[in-house]
Design a protein around this ligand. Sequence first.
Ligand SMILES: CC(C)(COP(=O)(O)OP(=O)(O)OC[C@H]1O[C@@H](n2cnc3c(N)ncnc32)[C@H](O)[C@@H]1OP(=O)(O)O)[C@@H](O)C(=O)NCCC(=O)NCCSC(=O)C[C@H](O)C(=O)O
Length: 358
Amino acid sequence: MTDWTDPDAMDLSDGETFDALLDRADTREKGHFFEFFAEGDELAHDPGLRLTHHGSEQWMGQTLNHDPAYWRADTARERGFEERPVHPDYLLACVMGITVEDLSEKGGYFLGRDDVEFHQPATAGTPLSVTSTVVDTRTSSSRPKYGIVTWETEGQDRETGETLVSYRRTNMIPRREPAATDGGAVGEQDDGGTTLPDTLVSPDGERFGDFQAALDTAREENAAVAYRHERGRTMDDQLVAGLPLSTLNTARQHHNRDEMADSPSGDIVAYGDVTRSIALAHARSDEATYREQRFADERFHDFVTLGDTVYGFTRVLDCDPDAGPEGAGAVTFEHVAFNQEQTPVYSGRRTALIQRNQ
Ligand SMILES: CC(C)(COP(=O)(O)OP(=O)(O)OC[C@H]1O[C@@H](n2cnc3c(N)ncnc32)[C@H](O)[C@@H]1OP(=O)(O)O)[C@@H](O)C(=O)NCCC(=O)NCCSC(=O)C[C@H](O)C(=O)O
């Protein structure tokens, strides 16, 4: 009998031997297929992550989020924070990043997120504790290789138990046993019938009153308040692979080109939270943000790959002067991220407090 524990029993540097060996080896799997998830299951996510200013600044710098309240202690205090918080996009991406190994590492595309609520500002040094509950599972009728799973996730301060952020997200998750045929791409597109406003109005400035005045003007003129932002950001390796890895997001979509060559996108794709954060940064650069409040109805419509450029478009939906502290009012926006071909890749509704005066 050969002693297979003898280091000399096989020459693993020989290409043919190694190839044959790989062919008969089982793979120690990571992540879960669709069949693993059942409604009501609760998962406590194990990866440890502590929020840091370095991580937040790296995230903000790369995504062009320059709001000084997240960079400087004095501005943070002026804006009502007890101490300089980490950026909410970074917090959200970290909370979701930790869940990926358990929920979506198998290669499921992030389709959308709803009910994103920021409960408390989060500060550097906070260790995270993240849990998820499966709230819905169904097979995909258009893509039989996939199922669709929705989870509710809550990110807490591990030391105090305070909830920092919560949301509900939906992914397409590969099935272990795909149905016999793959329905492939989408159903029918609805190609007509959309009416557009006669005119698009832009606010004159970046304050709450500017958004409110623009909405008043638009109502009189059968117009919408909608505008594009000038900046664009081309997706490089740091954005596509680096940022998700820094949040412990292990989804192969972002860092394994070999695996992704055979996937619907054909290449690695940007983490949805990076794409979204860039479009939001473009929008925030044209407004005097006071505080982020909530997001709803977030959708990821198309892939963003290396070399794509992410631009932003904003529509103003509502202004509420009575929400928020004296110096700010709430504005609800619809933000769209789009690429160099003007294809929308992300859309979502955001409510933020916007400062009233200089
Ligand atoms: C993923 C896509 C290629 C799918 O394309 P297509 O087949 O054209 O999409 P449909 O719109 O028809 O949707 C397919 C089915 O999914 C359901 N769906 C879609 N959105 C939602 C939603 N928000 N909530 C619930 N269900 C939704 C539809 O109803 C369809 O169901 P069925 O008819 O039964 O089949 C395409 O959407 C695409 O390219 N999207 C972009 C994906 C993306 O790039 N995401 C971000 C990057 S991936 C990522 O960030 C991973 C992350 O790290 C993580 O781990 O989650």
